[in-house]
Design a protein around this ligand. Structure first.
Ligand code: SF4
Length: 155
């Protein structure tokens, strides 16, 4: 089992795992619910870090068919991919995350290995694109839940 995630999304997975009430941005709640359910049901699932629309995006209410495609994929676009400023911010956050973790686009890594890397190399999520200060507590709680208890610790 492999889950595709963009580099700025794993920190959000942990925040959602710790507190699913933060899903005020309902457009991508289904995507994070899918990722968390899949990780719970498939111990040992791997994460592939991708540049294009991922398994969160593919369930996002803002994703729409677009014959012209977009910067993140053929045949689809969303409000973010149509906004040059957001595209730049996403790419900057992705590049920072990948270099901080020592990974690259196309890297595949077991979820629990990724969680350990995040705890070691990214203890803080100051960039709003990856969660921001408002979600620091949720992030830490998600890390702790995964590392010491159920259900992700089974992986
Ligand atoms: S990048 Fe676009 S499709 Fe992906 S979660 Fe954000 S708004 Fe949705």
């Amino acid at each position: 089992m492999k889950i595709k995630l963009r580099p700025y999304h794993p920190t959000w997975v942990l925040c959602y795992f710790a507190d699913q009430s933060i899903a005020k941005e309902d457009h991508n709640k289904k995507g994070f619910d899918f990722v968390i359910k899949t990780l719970c049901e498939h111990p040992g699932a791997e994460i592939e870090l991708v540049r294009e629309f991922d398994d969160v995006c593919s369930r996002c209410a803002k994703l729409k068919p677009n014959p012209a495609g977009s910067v993140w994929g053929d045949g689809r676009s969303c409000a973010s991919s149509d906004n040059p400023k957001t595209v730049r911010q996403v790419h900057e956050s992705n590049d920072w995350t990948l270099s901080t973790l020592g990974l690259k686009y196309g890297s595949t890594i077991k979820w629990m290995e990724l969680v350990r890397l995040l705890k070691e190399k990214m203890p803080e999520i100051r960039d709003p694109m990856i969660g921001g200060p408002d979600n620091q507590g949720r992030y830490e709680k998600g890390l702790a839940l995964c590392l010491k208890s159920q259900p992700f610790a089974r992986m």
